[in-house]
Structure formats: structure tokens, C-alpha cells
Write a protein that binds this ligand. Structure first.
Ligand code: GLA
Length: 386
């Protein structure tokens, strides 16, 4: 059993004075390519990472949900009958929100037993690696088993997204929860956010001597407000002006008309989404035909599009990506919602140390905060551990 699971069970026993009935876990994610395309019904290509959130859970003989964690001292409790988004605040909304979303989606919790829940997260918080989705998906698989709901991984991902949108209040798409639920070792998840069809795509990183370096800018991002919502609004405005329900319906052939119809800023937002969808599809094809060493130009083009057209990067991210590529990375791009958070570089394993040193030195020379640099490996999605 992984050490994190044992540690979480131990914390459960200390917090609740009893043993849990099981432990479930779910990972954070890196998005390889396909940014802000999810809520536009487009394509994304994320993978689950080897940083997980474990939920140790014990059945109760009443209807109370009690939540504790290893990162705060407080205990939050609410009965299943009193679950509403308004009754939840702070991080426990990621847990209780999933229970509420299940009920709100019509799953019968009228006889569901209460639960004691202990959360231990090893997904860095605020780094843009979906620590929130990891919590949602870990408890979603636990609820699914303990309440015998028999929902598919994709259905649980949708429930996690509803919790994020309506209980937490962040207007996000399905990317994070789909990656956390559907991830596989050494594979990315190619998700069509319109049909919600998903298929694994082999990455072959280790055979090719490659690693994924995460460069956490340590610039904080916030998705419930501000820029993320603003970009979403621009996309909706662009789609309406172009006469389509979603930007997914546009292709690169429509961009000439878009530049006539739209104001310059909206045009750039739309162009990012349209070209990013094309890059995701091209990346899947390139991985298949040429392997991961062949995708660098697509990653770099995505980074440029996020920087120049969608305007969601920050100077720390732009410099980290440019420096990594200048020092031998195959390609580099921001990952996640933007306005801070992390970028990723696909790097030859034997060049990683020198790329790390170059990135750290470049940011220091620019007077920027020292980044957190670490590697991640594509890993299995949500599961029962014990
Ligand atoms: C955040 C959101 C996702 C997605 C990305 C941008 O991670 O949670 O739904 O929109 O930003 O690709």
C-alpha cells in the first residue's frame, strides 16, 4: 500500500478515533495541450500526475458527513439532508459539494449513510495542477463505492465538475476532473468536450528518454473570478457574433470572416481557441506518427497563442518557457487556466539539470520569484487504494 495511504489512515484514526473502512485516491493533472478549449466544447489532451489526494473514509450509522484534513485543524460537518451550496464554505466545499452534486443530479441519497472523511492532499495547491479536482475525484470514487451508486468514471468526472461550478463557484470545464478520473500510466487522455468521448493516447516518454518538467511560477491564480471568467465571456461573445453555439464549430477557414466581424480583442480570443483545437488534434496525430520528440513546435505554438492572443500567461511563465526551449527542451507551454500557476517543458532526461539551472538563473536575473521545479509522470486516475 502506498505510504500516503497508510499516513492518511493514520491521520483518520487520530482525527476520528476509529479506523476507516477504506481509502480512495485521485491525482492532479497537467494539461499537455488544449487550453480554455474545454468550455468551448473543443479538444483537450491532459494527463494525470503522480501527485495524489487520498480520502480515507469510514461509514457512520447516522446521516452526518464529517470532514477533516491534514492541512487544517478544523472539522466541518453537515447532514446529507442539509446539503446546499450555501451551506458550504472554504475547501470543504470540494468534498461536500460532490455529495450535493450527486443529489442535485437525481441520485438517490435518501438512505445513504453518513461518513467520516479525512483528506490528505499531495497535489501542490495554487500551482495550476488541479488540487481541487483531485479532492473532488477522490471523494467521488469513495461515495460511488460506499453509497453503491455504480456510476462510470466519466459520470463521476461530470459530478466533480458540477461541484466545482455550482458549490465552489468556479466556471470551469470538464478538463481537470476528466484527467483525474480517466488518467492512465504513460498515457494522456484525449477528450472531445462536445461528445465527451475520451480515449487514451500513448506518450512513450520513458522509451524516448524524455521527462515532463513542471515549472511552478508561484504566481497565484484564482479561477472563481477575474481573468478566467472574463476569457469565458469573450468566447461566448465571439461565438454569438459569429452565429455559432460554441467556438468548437469554427475552423481555421472561418478566421478571415471572424477578423471582419469581431473587434480585435475578441478576434484574438477566438483565434486562440480555433487554432488551439487544431493543435490538440495535430498533437494526437503527431504522437502517434512521430512520437513525443515531434510535438515540440505544437507546444511552443500553443504557448505563443496563450501569450499573444488569449493573453493568459504572465512574464514569469513566458521567460521560463523561452529559457527551457533555448536550453534544449523539446517544447514548453503554460498549463492550466493561466494568470500564474505552472508551465511544463518536455525535456530530454539528460538535459534536465542544465535546463533547470538555466530557468532558475534567468528568472533570478529578471528579479522574479524563484520557481518550483519538479518532474511529473503520467499516472493512473482515481481508484480505490485500500
Ligand atoms: C482550469 C479549468 C479547466 C480549463 C483550464 C484551461 O484548469 O479548471 O476547466 O478550462 O483552466 O484549459
Amino acid at each position: 500500500m502506498p505510504a500516503q495511504v497508510t499516513a492518511t489512515e493514520h491521520a483518520f484514526a487520530q482525527g476520528f478515533g476509529r479506523r476507516p473502512d477504506g481509502a480512495w485516491s485521485a491525482p492532479g493533472r497537467v494539461n499537455l495541450i488544449g487550453e480554455h478549449t474545454d468550455y468551448n466544447h473543443g479538444y483537450v489532451l491532459p494527463f494525470a500526475i503522480d501527485r495524489r489526494t487520498v480520502a480515507a473514509v469510514g461509514l457512520r450509522d447516522d446521516r452526518v458527513l464529517r470532514v477533516r484534513s491534514t492541512f487544517t485543524d478544523d472539522e466541518v460537518s453537515l447532514t446529507i439532508d442539509d446539503l446546499t451550496p450555501q451551506a458550504m464554505a472554504g475547501w470543504s466545499a470540494y468534498v461536500l459539494g460532490v455529495a450535493w452534486a450527486l443529489a442535485d443530479e437525481g441520485h438517490d441519497l435518501s438512505t445513504a449513510p453518513g461518513l467520516d472523511i479525512l483528506i490528505d492532499s499531495r497535489v501542490p495547491v495554487g500551482a495550476g495542477l488541479s488540487s481541487s479536482a483531485a479532492i473532488e475525484c477522490a471523494v467521488a470514487v469513495a461515495f460511488n463505492d460506499l453509497w453503491e451508486l455504480d456510476l462510470s468514471p466519466l459520470a463521476l468526472a461530470r459530478i466533480g465538475r458540477i461541484a466545482e461550478n455550482k458549490a465552489v463557484g468556479a466556471p470551469t470545464g470538464l478538463l481537470d476532473q476528466a484527467a483525474s478520473m480517466l488518467g492512465r500510466e504513460d498515457h494522456a487522455v484525449f477528450l472531445d468536450c462536445d461528445s465527451e468521448g475520451a480515449e487514451p493516447v500513448a506518450l512513450h516518454l520513458r522509451e524516448e528518454g524524455l521527462e515532463i518538467l513542471v515549472m511552478d511560477s508561484r504566481v497565484e491564480h484564482e479561477h472563481a473570478t477575474g481573468g478566467y471568467r472574463d476569457r469565458r465571456d469573450s468566447c461566448e461573445k465571439g461565438a454569438a457574433a459569429m452565429g455559432v453555439a460554441t467556438l468548437r464549430e469554427l475552423s481555421e477557414d472561418d478566421l478571415a470572416r471572424a477578423s471582419d466581424v469581431l473587434d480585435d480583442e475578441t478576434y484574438r480570443r477566438v483565434r486562440h481557441i480555433v487554432t488551439e483545437n487544431a493543435r490538440v488534434v495535430a498533437t494526437v496525430r503527431t504522437l502517434d506518427e512521430g512520437g513525443p520528440r515531434a510535438i515540440g513546435a505544437l507546444l511552443d505554438a500553443s504557448q505563443a497563442s496563450m501569450r499573444d492572443d488569449f493573453a493568459i500567461t504572465v512574464p514569469e511563465i513566458d521567460l521560463a518557457c523561452a529559457t527551457a526551449v533555448a536550453h534544449g527542451a523539446i517544447g514548453a507551454r503554460m498549463t492550466g487556466g493561466g494568470f500564474g500557476g505552472s508551465s511544463i517543458a518536455v525535456v530530454p532526461a539528460d538535459a534536465r539539470a542544465s535546463i533547470e539551472a538555466a530557468v532558475t538563473a534567468a528568472l533570478a536575473a529578471a528579479g522574479m520569484r524563484e520557481p518550483h521545479l519538479f518532474t511529473v509522470t503520467p499516472s493512473q486516475g482515481a481508484r480505490r487504494d485500500a
